[in-house]
Every structure is written in C-alpha cells, then in structure tokens.
Write a protein that binds this ligand. Structure first.
Ligand SMILES: NC(=O)c1ccc[n+]([C@@H]2O[C@H](COP(=O)([O-])OP(=O)(O)OC[C@H]3O[C@@H](n4cnc5c(N)ncnc54)[C@H](OP(=O)(O)O)[C@@H]3O)[C@@H](O)[C@H]2O)c1
Length: 235
C-alpha cells in the first residue's frame, strides 16, 4: 500500500488526514510535536506510525528522516502551521516582530525544510507528491474580494502563507522536470482549533476533497493554487 507522511497529525486537519488515509489502508507516518499527548491519533485503526517531529526543530527532522531513510513516501503532506496572535500584536501599529518571526519559521520556512529532508523518500515512491496546506488568506490578489478578507489585519498569518505560496511556486518549477507533483491547497474555512467559532465546514469534507485533488494531481498541475473543492485561487 502507498505511504503518506503528515505533519501536525495530532489534531485538526492533520488528524483527519491520518484517519482517512488509514481507513483506506495506507501506511500513515503521522508526525507531531508531542506523541505522548496524541491519544486520538494513537487510537486510530490501521497502519499508523506516530513519531515526534517539531517542524521547526532541525535535529528532530534529521532524526526522523534518518529513521525512514530507505522508506518510500508517496505523499508528503505539509499540514502543520500556527496562526500566531489574534490581537493587536498582529495588526499594523503594534506588530510583535518576534511573533512574526516565529510564525514565519513555522509556516513559511519549515514546510520547505521538511520537503528538503524527505525529497529522496518522495522520489523513490510510485506517486511522488508533495502537498502544502496553505490558506486563501495568503492570496495577495484576492485581498478585499472575499467578505471575510475585507478588513486588513492578520498581517502575520497572511504574510506567512503568502511567503509559503511564493516558495512552493519555485519548488513546483524546480521539481516538475523530475515528475514530482507540488500541490498547494486551501482547506476551506474548517472547524478546528485554528478557525474562528463561525467556521462551518466539517474537517471530514475538507479532507475528502483535498485527498481527491491530491490523488488526481499530476506534475502538469504544478503551479496551481486550489481550494479543497478544486476551485482555482489567484496567487
Ligand atoms: N482550519 C481552517 O479553517 C484553515 C483554513 C485555512 C488554512 N488552514 C491550514 O490548515 C492547516 C491545518 O490547520 P488546522 O485548522 O488543523 O489547525 P489546528 O487545529 O490549529 O492544528 C495545527 C496543527 O499544527 C501543529 N503544529 C503547529 N506548529 C507545529 C510545529 N512547529 N511542529 C509540528 N506541528 C506543529 C499543531 O500541533 P500542536 O498540537 O502540538 O500545537 C497541530 O497539530 C494549517 O496549515 C492551516 O494554516 C486551516
């Protein structure tokens, strides 16, 4: 069976990715910061291997990549991210530079470091896919067009996802000649720990949609930014 590697697998969308791939019989390598506390992840049925990996910790990434160095990874899902502050420290006038750097490390730099670390595993697999869970909030050209994007603010999270998008675009160009898919997805506004109370979408629907897109993707799709339903988002 194919193998999927997921970051931030202990809760929210990462947990639902793990559940659905495991239910389908995939081997799931489910990484998270604190496996000891990941009770729901550890109780999933199926071939689920839980490992500790804080994506901002190069030593932990190295340790896991060594452990799995001869293992093919069909789909690498860079899911883990943090929102950063919701208060004025994310708004112009009082931006907290240290928080901004921290969120950039988690959301923009670390997913690329994870992709670097596991690229050889992806190359030796049958499917050869790297997915990045971004956010429509990172689209620069859509700013102001969507009802919930009309206000400014959220400088930290939005810019971190815009930077992720820019980096994944470069990666999409670099890896296409090697027939590796680079997939950038917006999961929708889903009820998880990160979303606000009014998020309506259930994680199971978002994940089913993203899994379908991942399974149908080919390297010809590199460079696209899509919602879980396949709608194109302009960068
Ligand atoms: N929910 C939405 O409406 C929505 C919308 C657009 C985009 N997204 C994106 O979807 C992805 C998943 O978000 P979610 O809604 O599932 O959020 P969530 O419920 O807050 O879960 C975030 C996950 O990321 C993990 N994480 C954060 N920093 C990490 C690090 N340094 N190393 C390893 N794991 C780390 C968390 O682990 P801990 O438990 O250890 O904190 C947690 O497992 C994110 O990329 C997010 O930006 C979500």
């Amino acid at each position: 069976m194919p193998t999927v590697f997921i970051t931030g697998a202990n809760r929210g969308l990462g947990l639902e990715f793990s559940r659905q791939y495991a239910n389908d019989g995939w081997e799931v390598i489910a990484s998270c910061r604190n496996p000891e506390a990941a009770q729901e992840l550890k109780s999933l049925q199926g071939n689920v291997k839980v490992c500790q990996m804080d994506i901002t910790d190069q030593k932990q990434i190295k340790k896991v990549s060594l452990e799995y160095r001869n293992h093919a990874i069909d789909v690498l899902i860079n899911n883990a991210a943090e929102h950063g502050p919701y208060d004025n420290s994310a708004s112009f006038g009082d931006i907290d530079a240290n928080e901004w750097l921290k969120v950039f490390l988690s959301n923009s730099i670390s997913p690329l470091k994870v992709a670097e670390a596991f690229l050889e595993n992806v190359k030796r697999s049958a499917q050869k896919k790297i997915a990045f869970i971004s956010s429509r909030a990172g689209s620069i050209s859509e700013r102001g067009k969507l009802p919930h994007h009309q206000h400014g603010g959220s400088y930290i999270y939005r810019s971190s996802k815009a930077a992720l998008n820019a980096a994944t675009q470069s990666l999409a160009f670099d890896l296409e000649p090697q027939k590796i898919c680079v997939i950038v997805l917006h999961p929708g506004f889903v009820r998880t720990g990160m979303s606000e109370d009014d998020a309506e979408l259930d994680a199971s629907i978002s994940i089913a949609g993203m899994r379908k897109l991942i399974s149908e993707s080919t390297p010809k799709d590199n460079g696209l930014f899509r919602t879980y339903e396949g709608e194109l988002i302009s960068w």
